[in-house]
Design a protein around this ligand. Structure first.
Ligand SMILES: Nc1nc2c(ncn2[C@@H]2O[C@H](COP(=O)(O)OP(=O)(O)OP(=O)(O)O)[C@@H](O)[C@H]2O)c(=O)[nH]1
Ligand SMILES: [Zn+2]
Length: 189
């Protein structure tokens, strides 16, 4: 998958520091973002952040996404690097299906079982557009900010020289979610 369209680069001041921002539209019409600091080193810190509207924008406590995003922005503003905001909501089942999965979780299903019940795999994400964006910036090696070893495996054409953990303290609403990630999805938590 290649970006079919890309924006100019603009300046994005944030409460964590000033970034540059560039948008990339993929061939499905999804618009992704690269948010990055000036003067990227040869092996920058990179966070591939999967869209989670409920966590990122609404402060949902059902997951750790919002806090992970803000912790990543804070670290990258200080150390330099890039956040790729990957618009594959709900591990790529989309927002509507994710809310249906949440409704099943209200009935006792865990995150994996809820996806299966809806006819999806636990994780439907793909990373071609992420690789395209990294290639666009000439990034061949990087230090990945993640707890998910599958994300490292999925970035096949990129050399990941280090994994930097991105752990957030749990709360009573996301304990089960984090437990499922650790036990069923192989997350290093
Ligand atoms: N289908 C589904 N997706 C969810 C659920 N909770 C969060 N997500 C999505 O999961 C994605 C984040 O994936 P996670 O498994 O939390 O973490 P990760 O990105 O694989 O790993 P890290 O790099 O360590 O954060 C986002 O796209 C969220 O919208 C859920 O209950 N069901
Ligand atoms: Zn989330």
């Amino acid at each position: 998958m290649k970006a079919v369209e890309q924006s100019q680069t603009a300046i994005l001041p944030t409460k964590y520091g000033t970034f540059n921002i560039q948008a990339f539209k993929d061939d499905l019409g999804k618009e992704h973002l690269a948010i990055f600091t000036d003067n990227l080193p040869e092996a920058p810190i990179v966070r591939v952040h999967s869209e989670c509207l409920t966590g990122d924008a609404l402060g949902s406590l059902k997951c750790d996404c919002g806090e992970q995003l803000h912790a990543a922005m804070e670290l990258i503003a200080k150390e330099g690097g890039m956040i790729i905001y990957h618009r594959q909501e709900g591990r790529n089942i989309g927002l509507l299906n994710k809310v249906n999965a949440y409704a099943l979780q209200d009935k006792g299903f865990d995150t994996v079982a809820a996806n299966h019940q809806l006819g999806f795999q636990a994780d439907e994400r793909t990373y071609e557009i992420v690789e395209f964006i990294l290639e666009h910036f000439g990034i061949k090696k990087l230090r990945l900010l993640t707890n998910n070893p599958k994300k490292i495996e999925s970035l096949k054409n990129i050399e990941i020289i280090e994994r930097i953990p991105l752990q957030i303290a749990s709360n009573p609403h996301n304990e089960g979610y984090l437990q499922t990630k650790k036990e069923q999805m192989g997350h290093l938590l």
